[in-house]
Design a protein around this ligand. Structure first.
Ligand code: BGC
Length: 385
């Protein structure tokens, strides 16, 4: 822990304690300020707002956060918003009305919750942004996430490994290509998208500059390649259009695709298979990156269809969020290990960043099976229990 961080934490604690005096929220209760009876964790409810149940990762996050909060003694109000912004706004409004003491929020659109969070802050309810930063508001007290720029670096690296430009240690092989690639980015309203993109493009840029990599569509700006709501169907359609426009009729063959998320990867792979690229990488299917170690994609990696994914252990993220909630409940500030990177336009939000790993066929077992994230049977079935 740096001394800068400690100074910052000390300052924030004072603010927390001051806020505590005025309010009925967790900070106030935990700190026992303002002459109120200290409230114990057993009397506290944490509202947990998750974006969607269409992606496994968020179901797993919701389940892990809920069970770990319950273990810690909290009551939990867990809601999924079906990737619909008004639904998420309404759910958070209701959590506040029903008396939530702390909020944990994984936003759909990082800029759409300012009103809800203002209402929460007015009642001294601490707000923890979960995985995705919430922008344009003072009212975010803490952020738990992965090192999102590094996730992007790992995505770019895994694509270069799949193409054979880098070896498994990340060393250059001397392979010069040229390789034809296309680029996909995530949802433009998710704050993580730009971080993933920047990490990936910084990794790929030297090879684009030297001509080892070529993008036939010319679409190399993030704004040209985003995928609203991280939609698999949208990605499949864009891949189909790219193939028709730039790779049809015996023109150039595509070798690889930068994909920021496993659902998007599966859309891309379907388009490529339908276009006759072959069923597996060995049969000529371009190499594709991914993210989240979703079970359907882990099976595809195991069977040589998708090249890689990025494993972000959602259990650890949940633990971090629950520890942050416990700190707020005691009137303390949660531990942060990054107090510089995540500027939401109104403030730099103190963050705790976790590390992620590249998963390829060879390390599914040590990373995912041995850690209990997926069982060997689930990997084989391509389905969770
Ligand atoms: C998360 C990723 C996820 C994506 C789509 C991002 O905010 O960080 O892990 O793949 O959303 O759900």
């Amino acid at each position: 822990m740096t001394s800068r961080w400690m100074a910052m934490a000390a300052g924030a604690t004072m603010i927390g304690a001051l806020a505590a005096c005025g309010g009925s929220g967790a900070g106030g209760a935990g700190a026992g300020g303002g002459g109120e009876e200290p409230q114990s964790i057993e009397d506290m409810t944490v509202g947990v707002a998750m974006p969607t149940e269409t992606s496994e990762r968020w179901i797993a996050d919701g389940a892990a956060v809920e069970s770990q909060l319950e273990e810690a003694g909290f009551e939990v109000d867990l809601q999924f918003a079906n990737d619909d912004i008004p639904t998420q706004q309404q759910q958070i409004d209701q959590m506040i009305t029903k008396g939530a003491d702390i909020l944990i929020v994984a936003s759909i659109d990082g800029t759409a919750l300012a009103n809800q969070l203002k209402a929460a802050a007015n009642q001294d309810i601490p707000i923890i942004a979960y995985d995705r930063l919430i922008n344009g508001t003072e009212n975010v007290d803490h952020y738990v996430t992965f090192d999102n720029y590094q996730v992007g670096v790992q995505q770019g690296t895994s694509l270069l490994r799949g193409l054979g430009v880098l070896d498994e240690n990340g060393e250059e092989t001397g392979e010069e290509g040229p390789f034809a690639i296309e680029l996909f980015a995530g949802s433009p309203d998710d704050n993580n998208t730009a971080f993933f993109w920047q990490g990936a493009i910084d990794t790929l840029q030297p090879y684009l500059d030297s001509g080892v990599l070529e993008v036939a569509s010319g679409q190399t700006e993030m704004d040209q390649v985003t995928t609203l709501r991280w939609s698999q169907e949208t990605a499949q359609k864009r891949m189909e259009d790219l193939l028709t426009a730039h790779y049809g009729g015996g023109k150039e063959q595509l070798d690889g695709v930068l994909s920021p998320y496993d659902g998007i990867s599966r859309g891309i792979i379907t388009a490529l298979q339908n276009a006759g690229y072959g069923d597996t990488i060995e049969d000529g299917l371009p190499v594709t990156s991914g993210q989240d170690a979703e079970i359907a994609s882990v099976k595809l990696i195991d069977t040589g269809v998708q090249f890689a994914t990025i494993f972000k252990d959602t259990r650890k993220l949940a633990t971090q969020a629950v520890e942050a909630a416990e700190s707020f409940a005691k009137g303390e500030d949660p531990e942060a290990n990054d107090t510089e990177t995540y500027d939401n336009g109104k403030k730099v939000v103190p963050a705790f960043l976790l590390e992620s790993d590249i998963v390829v066929a060879e390390n599914i077992e040590p990373l995912l099976v041995d850690s209990g994230y997926w069982t060997a049977e689930e990997v084989e079935a391509g389905q969770g229990d």
